[in-house]
Design a protein around this ligand. Sequence first.
Ligand SMILES: Cc1ncc(COP(=O)(O)O)c(C=O)c1O
Length: 402
Amino acid sequence: MATISRAAKFAERTARLRASTIREMLKVTQQPDIISFGGGLPAPELFPTAAIAQAARAVMDRYGAAALQYSVTEGIPEMRIWVAERLTRRFGRIFDAESVTIVNGSQQGLDLLGKVFLDPGDHVVMEDPSYLGAIQAFDAYQARYLTVDTDEEGLIPESLERVLDRADPFPKFLYLVPNFANPTGRTLSRARRESVVRICESFDLPIVEDDPYGELRFEGNDLPALITYPTSGAVIYSGTGSKIMAPGMRVAWLVIGDAEIREKIVLAKQGADLHSGTLAQYIFHEYASDGEKFDAHVRRIAQTYARRRDVMADALVEHMPEGVRSTRPSGGMFLWVTVPGVDTTELLVISAQSKVVFVPGVNFYPGRDVHDGMRLNFSNASEKNIGLGVERLGHAIRTYLR
Ligand SMILES: Cc1ncc(COP(=O)(O)O)c(C=O)c1O
């Protein structure tokens, strides 16, 4: 009897799963002499390790076994209330704890949205380029993508309208990162926020607003979140503790006003993991419940990243060959560099030999059709290494062009 290959037994959807360049790169960056602008890692020296140890102690004293027990799928009430209160304060609109579901990293939120909304072949509308992790999450549900053009002000509303007018089948939702986007660092302008909400309302297209970086603003004023605009359409907001606390805790939240969508998400999450870790939620809440201390902590992160952004932006001006363009984001963790005439996947081989790595831009385009971009992370390396790394990158580009 012929043996059936193991691969033949896999579900069709696994054919779309590919190794993430970013995860692969994280392995390379374990080498001590490599300067990495590749991963999206926060600065570890800013994790409040001592205060988290204290919070863990306090949680065990106060809650004991309850902090180690199974808990409800929606999340512990303390965390849901904390999220609702923080968003109410940030956005000046009342949020109800009922609308909050605690998820295991916002990445899980994206997976659950895929599970709930996407049948094989369904369309998702996305910015071009877009967050790679979202593409990975939706790929697993055999999604297809309709891409919308972007410029310095983020997604272009006219392009969105054109895409929706022609879409067949009509997409299930629009996914976007309005603040300091991953990968470009760009922010959707105020005027365009209103337009995006109105267009989606008129087409009855749900919006998934992914906002991991909104609190890491370096300058200027906060812009209204899409979820704060009055609309008859559905807006699903995704937030996370990963960039303002610590990603290893995997504490994040989906905020969904629509009870029907929320219920489906909760059922999908039950099937995935029953609930997010009880202990991590209690510890997160214990640390973050002192609002002033938490705000000061987030400010410190933003100030540190702002300096690193400055060092990187200045070094790019100094070391890049003529014609190279880069963004100067007002927040977040990434900037985007365009190197005309250079395939940055090929460049990565040369730059890795020069001991500096980044993520080639092609990975962020759902159509994998643009090759001259690269994403640089500025949150993780020291100011000294950022300067040195950009200098090495400049040499690598010159070597490539020779
Ligand atoms: C836009 C975006 N969404 C989601 C995530 C996932 O974050 P989390 O750690 O909350 O899963 C990231 C992480 O880099 C991100 O950049």
